[in-house]
Design a protein around this ligand. Structure first.
Ligand code: ATP
Ligand code: MG
Length: 193
């Protein structure tokens, strides 16, 4: 136990101005703050700014990502039974996020961490990387594509398509609310990715 993971993000990226990046980082920190005390979410410790970089410190999950755990094992060792046990914990973790009003939008095994490998305990799994998350009831619908392309839910793909066809000036009343069903779709994809 113990230890800290520090995520470092440049203040500006080539894709966006400083303000856009600031907004994205603020959203990520807000989502982490909403999940304070949730067993199913990586726990925020502190955050700050040094020179051209923001940093976010969270608890360190010793077991690494679910992706790494899977890669390091033969298919037989992971097995359907073991996998479903872990997956059940992932679903429970995501339900906790939803209770706090956080929709993750990028649920894939790289963003699911293992605190330890005792899969009988409820605290073995936590979700990290809130960089694509939206907060329910805090204004704005899902206006842009969120999450990794191949695991996007049909409703997110619809938004992407609508943006492409109607351009940025489309009628904002037609926005979709960020909703947890997209996460449920992605939970299904976690079996494969
Ligand atoms: N708290 C943590 N404990 C242990 N490992 C972590 C922790 N947070 C992140 N990681 C590892 O670092 C990886 C990247 O972190 P994260 O998903 O937050 O950043 P990202 O923005 O997706 O970065 P990338 O561009 O590399 O995908 C995760 O997939 C995971 O393997
Ligand atoms: Mg990630």
């Amino acid at each position: 136990m113990g230890g800290m993971a520090v995520k470092v993000l440049p203040r500006r990226t080539s894709r966006s101005d400083g303000l856009g990046t600031l907004h994205a980082i603020f959203e990520e920190i807000s989502a982490l703050e909403k999940c304070e005390g949730c067993v199913g979410a990586v726990q925020l410790q502190t955050y700050g700014l040094v020179g051209e970089y923001f940093w976010i410190a969270t608890e360190f999950a010793e077991g690494g990502s679910l992706s790494k755990w899977r890669q390091e094992r033969a298919e037989e060792e992971v097995g359907e039974k073991v996998f479903l046990k872990v997956w059940g914990k992932v679903c429970r973790a995501v339900a906790e996020l939803h209770k706090r009003g956080v929709v993750h939008h990028d649920l894939k095994s790289e963003n699911i961490l293992l605190r330890h490998l005792d899969f009988d305990r409820n605290d073995c799994v936590c979700v990290c990387d809130m960089g694509e998350a939206t907060l329910k009831g805090e204004g704005g619908g899902v206006l842009r594509a969120r999450g990794t392309e191949c695991i996007q839910s049909p409703e997110v793909i619809t938004i992407v398509e609508r943006n492409r066809v109607e351009g940025v000036g489309y009628d904002r009343r037609k926005e979709s609310e960020p909703n947890e069903y997209s996460d449920v779709w992605q939970l299904g994809c976690v079996r494969w990715r």
